[in-house]
Write a new protein. Structure first.
Length: 206
């Protein structure tokens, strides 16, 4: 009896017209600087782009940083952006966007070092010094480059909810600081980037 019921359901499903089946929503291209079709109370890509634009403009106006005879060396990596907010977010989105904009806009006035790839660099240096490879086209240095500054950030938030209406509100603040890696001095701090949003719908950030 059970087998007959299952077979009957399968036959009925197969006989259902394609047009009657539920259709999914096709993919939609969205300008990353605009509000998306699915948006909640958290930081969106448009916020990251806008924040990066603001920081780039700030730093390029600081002649004590970008106007020196020898371009300073900077490290900017997602691992040094602390997410203390209630939103789950990949901090590499911040570091990659900001680093890309700074490198393009600074046009050589800032030099960026990659500590994320230090292991690969050390292995390649060892191969050259052991004679297993040639020295490349730029020669060899006594040591890897040291940094002058590190750009660090912090993301914090405060959430509130109205249990009667189901409305949720989240305030998020993002701040970046440029730290002198010899003296620990903060030579630049960004204007706090603050986003306050409220919504009755629950959007999950992954």
């Amino acid at each position: 009896m059970m087998r007959g019921a299952v077979l009957g359901a399968l036959v009925a499903s197969a006989a259902t017209p394609v047009a009657a089946q539920k259709k999914g929503q096709g993919a939609v291209d969205i300008d990353p600087q605009n509000r998306g079709l699915v948006a909640g109370t958290g930081i969106e890509m448009r916020d990251i782009i806008g924040m990066s634009d603001r920081i780039v403009r700030d730093l390029l106006q600081r002649q004590d940083i970008v106007g020196t005879p020898v371009p300073p060396r900077v490290i900017l990596e997602g691992s040094r952006i602390r997410n203390q907010s209630s939103q789950r977010i990949d901090t590499d989105l911040f570091s990659d966007q900001l680093r890309a904009q700074l490198i393009r806009a600074a046009a050589g006035k800032l030099r960026f070092l990659s500590r994320e790839n230090i292991q690969d660099v050390m292995e390649e240096r060892e191969l050259k010094r052991q004679g297993q490879t040639d020295v490349g086209t730029r020669g060899m240095t006594k040591a890897v480059a040291g940094t002058d500054y590190r750009l660090v950030g912090r993301i914090t938030s405060q959430d509130s909810r109205n249990n009667t209406t189901g409305m949720t509100q989240r305030a998020i603040q993002v701040i970046f600081e440029l730290i002198d890696m010899e003296t620990t001095e903060t030579v630049y701090i960004s204007e706090p980037f603050v986003v306050v949003r409220a919504s009755r719908d629950d959007v999950v950030y992954r």
